[in-house]
Design a binder for this molecule. Structure first.
Ligand SMILES: [Zn+2]
Length: 876
């Protein structure tokens, strides 16, 4: 009762206050009493169906009063779906932490009865073979409202409930409901969301809120909650698709092929509000111009809705639509208008800013308003969007026919698992791939019919195919919000070639890949039970997982540093350096029968071929008792995390160990590291970071741990920290300082400096194929991904840098000419020795975003073979 009275008073107050002081007054009031009536958010020009539950009725608090837990949001949306014949709810997946991922379909009840037909007809617009016959004048437009992919950008996930309530309960909006289908995804990242909610709610004052930015509520601890469970930015995973959130979402995206998709974010507290269009010179060149025109048309609606509240906003000056793994860009390459929204964050319940107080409800209101403006604009421009979706796909066929590249062939002949993961990604993007129908030579490589693969450019997903397979070194802008390239043939280290019109012909296409039946390849044990040894090569992507699997069962394992030839049941076979040997006679953790069963299972599950051999006497190369064969130790891994450590690289390391190799990892914060006994670990991974928090005592302990035989795997800043503190040797080159003092325009400052950033580009390295860090590679060239300007000079010890940049290293992406000059001959990976230990330094990240399958093995080799590297250390 008291609540209702208050709401009424508040509502009256709003009507009386002039617009320019309204926000401030509301904020002051909110600070003392966080009860915000629903009327604060809702348009007052319609009435609301009382049979639809309000958020308060289900949650027990008002929107904006507390931060919303995901499970409560789901409970509310379930209640709406149960109460409204306009709304259905579908669970499309679960997060890593098993939170449900849901999508509401909201439309007129008459459409609901016919929804599958509406969907099928809509999706037919993307099929150029039939789309010409479709009349768009009576088709609903499809708009996807998507919220809070970053967990600590929480206004969107709360606005989602208001959008659902509005479209379920508002009366007099029949036209909109009849002519649009609204797909509402309340949270793209529930795991991150709940990490954030838990933090801010648990620090919230219960009576009077504090707006002081120094308060704990506004200062989350490392790793914060932008990311998902493994600390991945899900707004970079729309293309790599290595997480269940993105996989489920993308399936629904292609199930519906919406006309518009929104992506509601937050930015710094002192900012205003941003909506696209973004920076025009940084648009993805493969996106059709018409897409940007429609984005701009829609922007007029956002402006109109925000103008009513005196809300400041801007367009075109930040953010871009270049990297295809982002939520506002991926749609663009699929005929959908992707819209990025960025709201100044309260990052808690209310925070001081340059514009005065930023109360959480106000941020929610803005996101709700631009949800309304998006639906309203899409409805008003309905046929333009529908016609554009059709044009996008017919134009794709026309443009593909005019493209100099007509197809792409690729192979990874020794590694079926890597091919499987690539096909898995391509299938999820609805890209048509074929088995190669005839043998082919291209780009100095031989491709085999029946074994290798081919992608024709001419297909509805032409733009995406090109985006995923092309290399690009020319750009209209030298600044990028994110990476400037993501070429999959390089990320997957494939043998590959582009086919021009003379090389390509449709009779190269064999059977189409049947994605419905794509399954993980099974490996096998060749030759049955052995009385002597089992051997497997290191090419397979999951060979490291197989090795760890054996080590985990206390099976003794060895690695060969030379090649050898032995008889197998398939004839004589040469095993490459890096082959893993499991001698039968030296095991005491299991009987020969148990070992046989274990090996057979390991081979099958890890897509590798294991050979049974009956003798140690080689027909060529070394014998199996050779001193050139090293005994392996099971990695006991410590990952250093915490303040000053790069969250993404730490997360990528964790993901690689846990998800890909089944290796458990202990993660400690830098402050705990200071008092840690290191003796139970043999491998320490240090991601890029400043490590300022590590004490002198801890440095001394780390140094003697290395001398005693420990292996440190250190990326970028961690490598230079180790060098600075005398635990590793390396020289870091820096560019000669620019001594040009001639005056420059202040307006150019950001772009001149920004042009020297390497946001993410692909470079060629040359491998020393005899080095343990390159086992499993057969080609001396390897593409690596670089997103830093750390240059490690070639060492005086010629054996210490097994992976170096070639003389002409740029393969794809942006780099300034000054930086490019620095790169040739420098080391991508460098080994430094101290006592009997090793420090393996990476200038580049081998596990980038979990889709650089081609360089993951460099990390695996450091992990499993690091301690076997001898004589490679730099003289100290
Ligand atoms: Zn964001």
């Amino acid at each position: 009762m008291k609540l209702k009275l208050l709401s009424a008073i508040t509502a009256v107050l709003f009507l009386l206050l002039p617009v320019y002081t309204q926000a401030q007054t509301f904020a002051e009031q909110f600070k003392d009493d966080a009860n915000v009536p629903l009327s604060y958010f809702l348009p007052g020009d319609v009435t609301y169906d009382e049979s639809i539950p309000t958020p308060y009725e289900v949650l027990g608090f008002n929107i904006g009063e507390w931060h919303l837990r995901h499970d409560l949001g789901v409970r509310y949306l379930e209640a709406i779906a149960a109460a409204s014949d306009r709304v259905t709810l579908h669970q499309y997946g679960r997060t890593h932490e098993l939170r449900p991922l849901i999508l509401l379909t909201i439309t007129h009840p008459e459409n609901q009865e016919n929804i599958e037909n509406i969907r099928e007809r809509h999706v037919s617009l993307t099929n150029p073979q039939v789309s010409g016959n479709l009349d768009t004048s009576d088709m609903p437009a499809v708009v996807w409202l998507g919220y809070s992919v970053h967990g600590n950008e929480h206004s969107g996930a709360n606005a989602a409930l208001l959008s659902a309530y509005y479209y379920a309960a508002a009366q007099g909006i029949d036209d909109v409901l009849r002519e649009t289908v609204i797909l509402l995804d309340p949270s793209f990242n529930p795991d991150g969301q709940d990490r954030f909610v838990s933090w801010v709610n648990s620090h919230r004052n219960l009576n009077r809120l504090t707006a002081d930015p120094r308060d704990r509520e506004y200062n989350e601890p490392w790793p914060r909650s932008r990311t998902n469970h493994y600390w991945f930015d899900l707004n970079r995973d729309w293309m790599p698709l290595q997480h269940p959130e993105s996989r489920g979402r993308l399936e629904m995206f292609h199930h519906w092929k919406p006309n518009v998709l929104t992506d509601h974010h937050e930015m710094g507290t002192n900012a205003t509000y941003f909506f696209q269009p973004g920076i025009p010179s940084r648009n993805n060149p493969l996106t059709l111009e018409r897409n940007f025109e429609l984005t701009a048309k829609l922007a007029e609606y956002h402006a109109e809705y925000l103008d009513r509240f005196g809300q400041l906003y801007y367009t075109k000056e930040s953010f871009d639509d270049f990297y295809v793994g982002k939520g506002s860009t991926y749609p663009d390459l699929n005929g959908t208008i992707g819209i990025l929204f960025e709201q100044a964050s309260s990052r808690g319940h209310i925070q001081e800013s340059q514009h005065g107080l930023v109360p959480f409800p106000e941020t929610i209101r803005n996101q709700f308003q631009t949800s309304l403006s998006t639906v309203s604009g899409t409805h008003a421009l309905r046929t333009e969007f529908l016609d554009f979706l059709r044009t996008h796909y017919t134009q794709a066929i026309t443009d593909a026919r005019a493209d100099a590249v007509r197809g792409y062939v690729f192979s990874a002949p020794h590694d079926p698992a890597r091919i499987y993961h690539l096909l898995d990604i391509l299938g999820r993007h609805q890209i048509q791939v074929y088995e190669l129908g005839r043998n082919l030579s291209a780009n100095d490589r031989n491709f085999e019919a029946g074994r290798d693969f081919i992608i024709p450019a001419e297909q509805p997903q032409y733009r995406l195919v090109r985006s995923l397979f092309e290399t690009r070194t020319e750009f209209t802008d030298s600044l990028f919000y994110d990476v400037s390239t993501w070429s999959l043939p390089h990320a997957f280290n494939l043998n590959h070639a582009e086919l021009g019109s003379r090389a390509f012909s449709s009779n190269l296409l064999g059977d189409a890949i049947d994605y419905e039946n794509l399954s993980f390849p099974e490996g096998e044990l060749i030759g049955g039970q052995s009385r002597y040894a089992y051997v497997f090569e290191w090419d397979g992507y999951y060979a490291p997982r197989a090795l760890y699997d054996l080590q985990h069962s206390d099976v003794r394992t060895k690695v060969s540093n030379r090649s050898f030839t032995l008889p197998t049941t398939e004839g004589e076979r040469e095993f490459a350096p890096g082959s893993i040997i499991v001698p039968v006679g030296i095991q005491d953790a299991c009987s020969p029968e148990e070992l046989f069963a274990k090996i057979r299972e390991t081979a099958r599950d890890n897509a590798i071929s294991v050979y049974s051999v009956d003798t140690g006497l080689a027909r060529g190369g070394i014998d199996l008792g050779s001193p050139s064969i090293s005994t392996l130790q099971k990695p006991e891994v410590l990952l250093v995390t915490g303040n000053g450590v790069n969250v993404s690289e730490a997360g990528e390391t964790w993901f690689q160990l846990d998800q890909r190799y089944n290796v458990p990892v202990t993660m400690v914060e830098t402050d705990r590291f200071n008092s840690l006994d290191l003796s139970r670990y043999n491998t320490i991974v240090m991601p890029n970071g400043n490590y300022n928090g590590i004490s002198q005592g801890a440095r001394e302990r780390l140094s003697s741990w290395i001398s005693g035989g420990g292996v440190v795997i250190a990326y970028k800043g961690a490598a230079s920290w180790l060098v600075r503190h005398d635990m590793a040797s390396a020289s870091f080159a820096s560019r000669d300082s620019d001594d040009d003092n001639s005056p420059r325009a202040y307006a150019d400052l950001a772009s001149t400096r920004g042009a020297q950033v390497i946001g993410g580009s692909i470079f060629q390295t040359r491998l020393d194929l005899t080095h343990p860090l390159t086992y499993g590679y057969r080609n001396e060239h390897l593409s690596v991904f670089r997103n830093s300007t750390i240059f490690m000079e070639a060492p005086s010890n010629p054996y210490a840098a097994p992976i170096r940049y070639t003389d002409n290293p740029l393969i794809s992406g942006y780099i300034s000419s000054e930086n490019l000059e620095m790169l040739p001959g420098t080391a991508s990976v460098l080994v430094s020795g101290q006592g009997s230990g090793r420090v393996i330094m990476f200038a580049d990240n081998p596990n980038f975003r979990a889709f650089w399958f081609g360089t993951n093995k460099l990390f695996a080799n450091s992990l499993f073979f690091g301690s076997t590297i001898s004589g490679a250390s730099i003289e100290r």
